[in-house]
Write a protein that binds this ligand. Structure first.
Ligand code: ADP
Ligand code: GLC
Length: 477
């Protein structure tokens, strides 16, 4: 089975969030199951820099306003196709936004171009390699199955779209339809029309053979108006082809016993060293606890404004908070102010720092994920692996990965964390009180840590589920 994965970000090359981790992990996770995956990436400067032994396999003299070629090679340990189109991707800045923080003005054609090339590779093959499956992620690859149909490739190639985040719709005015090479007959409620505009995500959902998202609970939630953000109707309509497959994490990179970013330890007992080192690094008082950590984008989705309201309940009980994140300026400022007002008890680091994220997750007692919606979430999985007890909102993939501490589960000794609902400040406050209580009972606490460390967080089960989905989507001869 040959699969072309189309991703706008991919670890270890370029990352803004969990999508990159998943796109980067899938090829190795699927290889033992006989799936040969290659990944098509935009030719951002960092991707070109990492590309080894590039071979040109495709050219196009005018791809949305400039010349382009597809290069095949290896980068970051992956087998990749790189869309080399300097006018679209060779820029300083992020994958989606310019250095000023605003989205690139030409995002629709940048990712239409990526999608067009994906459909070309699937339809005609690239240097003798022709995929059986087109696997796209989020809105950035959404037009690919439309183009695949237009080019005739859909007769031989099946398609799957994975929804990582429904909040980004890839929306563009309907007047751009011709320029974006979209067929007018697709502009309707069952196609890529979305509230009077065009949505690349809607295109992906409407035209792909199979659709999945990154946890079973989020799949159910997405079919409701409260979570579907306007896509719940089409997802209900396509429910027979729609499923949830839980993300895994790279258990080689996130392994407390071998982690190069920390003094490696065997949790839970060896954890004390990592905790002490973290407290010292961040200027936190060595006593007290639980030390609760957050590693997150600072956006509305992540519910960290609720934490700003609830955090006194933690601090009053001797707990501490350490946060690493970046995002909305007002939130960065509020957390900065919280740290300034609570020296030794609250530490805040604004920015993106992979190594520090390891030290924080290794050194924390608990990790907080109070998201309003969370398709899967990865940091609670890292927490489980490191004996860092997750405190999570009752939503999406958080529900599917953490066993809540209730009277029954604590008595039976099976819980792995704390889950709170509804996703409001009061419930989070109660969860923080609960985590302090549990932390105050060392036997119970160590049992919860040990349970979490045994919880399966790798890719094995989910890789098999993806392989099965590819089988379902494939064209039978
Ligand atoms: P999302 O993709 O919605 O941001 P996930 O939990 O799926 O949420 O993935 C987030 C990923 O980004 C994790 O690997 C997390 O460790 C990482 N991350 C988020 N913020 C930072 C940061 N400030 N520094 C380092 N890593 C971060
Ligand atoms: C998204 C979601 C996150 C998920 C990640 C990878 O960014 O917000 O919950 O873990 O994609 O699938």
């Amino acid at each position: 089975m040959k699969v072309l994965s189309v991703a706008s970000e991919c670890a270890p090359l370029i990352k803004t969030g969990g999508l990159a981790d998943v796109a980067g992990a899938l090829p190795a996770a699927l290889a033992p199951l006989g799936v040969e995956m290659r990944t098509l990436l935009p030719g951002y400067p960092v991707v070109h820099d990492a590309l080894e032994n590039p071979v040109q396999v495709f050219t196009d003299s005018n791809l949305f306003g400039g010349p382009a070629q597809i290069l095949h090679g290896r980068a970051g340990g992956l087998d990749v196709y790189v869309l080399d189109a300097a006018h679209l991707f060779y820029r300083n800045g992020g994958p989606y936004a310019a250095p000023d923080g605003f989205d690139w003005w030409d995002n629709p054609e940048r990712f239409a171009a990526l999608s067009w090339m994906a459909a070309q590779i699937c339809t005609y093959g690239a240097a003798g390699w022709k995929p059986d499956i087109l696997h796209t992620h989020d809105w950035q690859g959404g037009f690919a199955p439309v183009y695949l149909q237009r080019l005739g490739g859909a007769h031989t190639v099946g398609s799957l779209i994975t929804i990582h985040n429904i909040a980004f719709t890839g929306s563009v005015g309907a007047d751009r339809m011709g320029w974006l090479r979209l067929p007018i007959e697709g502009y309707n409620a069952g196609g890529f029309e979305f509230f009077g505009r065009i949505s690349a995500l809607k295109a992906g959902i409407a035209y792909s053979d199979r659709i999945n998202t990154v946890s079973p609970t989020y799949a159910e939630e997405l079919m409701t108006p409260g979570f579907g953000m306007g896509f719940d109707g089409i997802l209900r309509h396509r429910s027979a082809d729609f499923s949830g497959i839980l993300n895994g994490i790279d258990t080689g990179v996130w392994n407390p016993a071998t982690d190069a970013n920390i003094a490696a330890y065997k949790a839970p007992r060896g954890k004390a060293r990592a905790r002490a080192a973290l407290a010292e690094e961040l200027g936190l008082a060595p006593d007290g606890g639980p030390l609760c950590v957050v590693v997150s984008r600072l956006t509305e989705q992540k519910g960290l404004d609720l934490l700003l309201q609830a955090v006194p309940a933690l601090l009053e009980r001797g707990g501490q908070l350490a946060l690493l994140g970046s995002g909305e300026p007002w939130m960065e400022q509020r957390f900065g102010g919280l740290a300034a007002a609570n020296p030794g008890r609250v530490a805040v680091r604004i920015g993106y720092d992979e190594k520090l994220s390891h030290r924080m997750i290794a050194g924390g007692d608990a990790i907080l994920v109070p998201s309003r919606f969370e398709p899967c979430g990865l940091t609670q999985l890292y927490g489980l692996r490191y004996g860092t007890v997750p405190v999570v909102a009752h939503t999406g993939g958080l529900v599917d990965t953490v066993i809540p501490s209730t009277y029954a589960t604590v008595s039976a000794g099976v819980s792995t964390g704390v889950v709170f609902a509804p996703v409001e400040a009061d419930a989070l406050r109660r969860a923080l009180v609960q985590i302090c209580d549990l932390y105050g009972q060392p036997d119970v606490w160590q049992r919860i840590q040990a349970n979490g460390m045994k919880h399966p967080v790798g890719w094995e089960q989910s890789a098999a589920a993806y392989a099965a989905l590819y089988e379902q989507a494939a064209r039978k001869p």
